[in-house]
Write a new protein. Structure first.
Length: 736
């Protein structure tokens, strides 16, 4: 019978590659036809395989699957390249194009000369190849290098496969370490976690344990410390207190504290971390441990901002009050006293922070300041941390506004910024909107690129959540005493007509807004009581799918955004996304990667900045095209389509529901937010305030009054370890 066995059990097939149907060099995804001795026709094999070549002998382990589009296939989970033993097989293998510089003719001459000994010659005595006609000394070096790379990648893959590290990662590891990659991994597998993006400490630790590494050893402690510091960075910390870090690492790895201290010294000597003496305020030295780059980021912010503060303004205002009066009289709206104070400060101060909640007129002030500088012929630049915030800024000012990365001319190829202290921006005024989103890394590069005579205006709402990245830059600058600070508190009449804005300010002031289901026929703010998380989740699905679209004519996918404080639980981001996807998208065409499936029409979010694609962390779009054969999809973001290959799918996530943190800098026509006691770990005033202020025309809260009182009453923000305010506030040359 000329069909593959009809069974789902894991099995191993051995055969010869008949044809390569598809191969992606980046992620090694391959579709090939494998000729088995037991079957007349080749079978289709799919999986990750580097440099597949027709004629190669292959052993593949996996399972048979029925693909709805392509039929019966063998899904490869692991493989082994088998070197052919017969003369024809060796000749075909060497001439397949696998070895650069060796074609079919050269392969025939090699096999004619060395026969079955050809592979041993390539491995042990490659100089003998000089006996072959057409192989010069230069060509020999190329053949040796190509064979060494082929052997190196093959051996590395064979070593890493049992540890769950894919062929694509093996190729990336080989490119990082070169021909000695396998030796590097065997000598210190923890380097994988330190050097290779995407391979974490847990994977490296598993390899190390199987290789017999000491679980209480210094190498493990070094990798564990770096892993912890990166994890703490994800929580917002720029540094972490030394003693706390030592004990935390000791507890999590079950390693002696003295071993951790030894590892920490080794990391400091290797310049992977910096141990900085920060203060003696407590009567004893206080040390902080930084990942090296974050130590330099923090110091650079302080250094360059102080240089700007100590330099004269490049834009002069000979008669500032006359200019101010003239600009104010030209504006369509009359400015309040606080707004005038901010505009006046922009004429005299080098570093100005304008902070205020929704409806307090930050945009009006920014427009006034822009006019003041343009009246003096100054170059004005506008920017924001994200693409969404930059687009909103451009719409509000009718001026060009860029992301900070675009402003600083980030190059993905160089992984750096063209604008810096040696090639600064050309401007007299730089205005940054949504400044609460500034993290330590981005602010460091921004500060380096500012011309000394420029004025920097930071506009934002300091009461919102701090940046996703490490640091609390806006708050630290305000605490440092180095910036002129203007707080806008007056809510203007039109804004005061919105229950969203009024209730947001109540929350910010520690007052629980009215918790009623309908605060009026024209209300834009609702609270619906549900104490049970499952019942709350059921209601959220109903609200998004039916009730809000029917009552307010909002599109359930494009206009309504669910924001959750947490990722886990019945009303967490993950569960709500799964349920909303099922409720709102009945399409069948999909791409699956790991445990995640993306369906045609799904609402997705970009989760990291990708400057090649011109999409940024937090951008939301819809999947408009799925190519199952090439395993790629197209996402529509506002006015453009963006193509994602299979290996890039980890850059997007489902976005029917997103975390409140991920919503920063965005506005949505309608938002639905669960507020329940199961979120008690994250029931904080600034989180609730941030979520509510994301809604432009409708906010619906679903939850319990008790949880609302807990959130509004909890103004204890989670501490982020940063020393920026101290470095900025120090005298010049002291603490820097």
């Amino acid at each position: 019978m000329n069909t593959p066995p009809d069974e789902d059990a894991r099995r191993t097939l051995r055969g010869t590659v008949d044809r390569i149907v598809f191969h992606n060099e980046e992620n090694c995804w391959t579709v090939l036809r494998l000729k088995l001795q037991s079957l007349a026709d080749p079978v289709t094999v799919v999986g990750e395989l580097p440099s597949p070549q027709p004629g190669a002998a292959l052993s593949v382990t996996g399972v048979w699957v029925n693909d709805p589009r392509f039929g019966r296939q063998f899904k490869m989970e692991s493989f082994e390249n088998l070197l052919p033993a017969d003369i024809d097989g060796i000749k075909h293998y060497l001439g397949s194009g696998l070895i650069k510089g060796v074609g079919s003719g050269m392969a025939k001459r090699i096999v004619d000369k060395f026969g079955r000994d050809a592979f041993r010659v390539l491995d042990e005595e490659p100089e003998l190849l000089r006996q072959i006609k057409g192989i010069s000394a230069r060509k020999l070096e190329g053949i040796k290098a190509a064979w060494a790379e082929h052997r190196g990648i093959r051996d590395l893959i064979m070593f890493l496969q049992p540890h769950g590290i894919s062929a694509a990662y093996a190729v990336r590891i080989f490119k990082e370490y070169g021909a000695g990659a396998l030796d590097v991994v065997k000598e210190n597998p923890y380097r994988l976690a330190m050097d290779i993006r995407g391979i974490g400490f847990v994977t490296a630790d598993s390899i190390a344990m199987k290789l017999g590494f000491d679980p209480a050893g210094v190498l493990r402690a070094e990798a564990g410390l770096l892993y912890l510091l990166r994890k703490l960075g994800d929580e917002g910390h720029v540094f972490f207190p030394l003693e706390e870090l030592v004990h935390k690492c000791s507890d999590e790895l079950r390693v002696e504290t003295q071993t951790v201290r030894t590892a920490l010294r080794a990391l400091a000597e290797g310049q992977r971390v910096v141990i900085d003496e920060l203060s003696e305020d407590l009567g004893r030295p206080y040390f902080g441990v930084y990942l090296t780059r974050y130590y330099h980021y923090e110091k650079n912010i302080a250094l360059y901002l102080r240089r700007i503060l100590n330099s004269p303004k490049s834009v002069h205002f000979p008669d500032p009050e006359v200019l101010l009066a003239g600009v104010l009289s030209s504006l369509p709206l009359e400015l309040a006293d606080e707004q005038i104070k901010a505009a006046r400060a922009a004429l005299s101060d080098k570093l100005l922070v304008i902070t205020g909640g929704p409806g307090t007129g930050k945009t009006t002030v920014i427009n006034a300041i822009i006019k003041l500088y343009e009246k003096r012929g100054a170059k004005v630049l506008l920017a924001a941390p994200t693409g969404r915030a930059a687009r909103r800024m451009a719409e509000a000012t009718d001026k060009d506004a860029k992301t900070i990365h675009r402003l600083l001319e980030y190059s993905p190829r160089e992984d750096g910024f063209a604008r810096n202290e040696n090639h600064p921006l050309a401007c007299g005024l730089l205005v940054i909107d949504e400044a609460s989103m500034l993290d330590t890394m981005l602010t460091s590069h921004l500060a380096k690129a500012l011309p000394l005579g420029s004025t920097l205006v930071l506009a934002g709402d300091v009461n919102q959540l701090p940046s996703v990245g490490p640091g609390n830059v806006l708050g630290d600058i305000m605490k440092s005493g180095t910036a002129k600070i203007v707080r806008l508190t007056e809510i203007f009449r039109q804004a005061a007509e919105s229950d969203i804005i009024v209730n947001a300010h109540l929350i910010n002031h520690g007052e629980v807004p009215p918790l009623r289901g309908n605060s009026g026929a024209s209300s834009d703010f609702y609270f619906i009581r549900r104490d049970d998380p499952v019942e709350a989740a059921n209601l959220i699905i109903e609200l998004v799918r039916e009730r809000i679209p029917n009552k307010f004519r909002f599109h359930p996918v494009d206009d309504i955004q669910v924001l959750s404080p947490m990722h886990k639980g019945a009303t967490g981001v993950e569960e709500l996304n799964s349920r909303l996807q099922a409720a709102l998208n009945s399409r069948e065409q999909r791409i699956t990667r790991g445990t995640r499936s993306f369906f045609l029409g799904d609402k997705v979010m970009q989760t990291r900045n990708n400057y090649d694609k011109d999409v940024f962390n937090g951008d939301i779009g819809r999947i408009r095209l799925i190519n199952e054969e090439d395993r790629e999809l197209v996402v529509r973001y506002e006015d453009r389509n963006v193509l994602y290959s299979y290996e890039e799918l980890d850059e997007i996530s489902m976005a029917y529901a997103v975390s409140v943190h991920k919503s920063q800098g965005s506005e949505y026509p309608a938002v639905v937010i669960p507020v329940l006691t199961e979120h008690y770990m994250l029931l904080q005033r600034n989180l609730l305030y941030t979520g509510v202020t994301r809604g432009k025309r409708l906010v619906v809260l679903v939850g319990s009054p008790r949880a609302m009182h807990m959130a509004v009453g909890n103004n204890r923000t989670t501490r982020r370890y940063s020393w920026l305010d101290r470095r900025l506030g120090a005298e010049s040359g002291n603490g820097l």
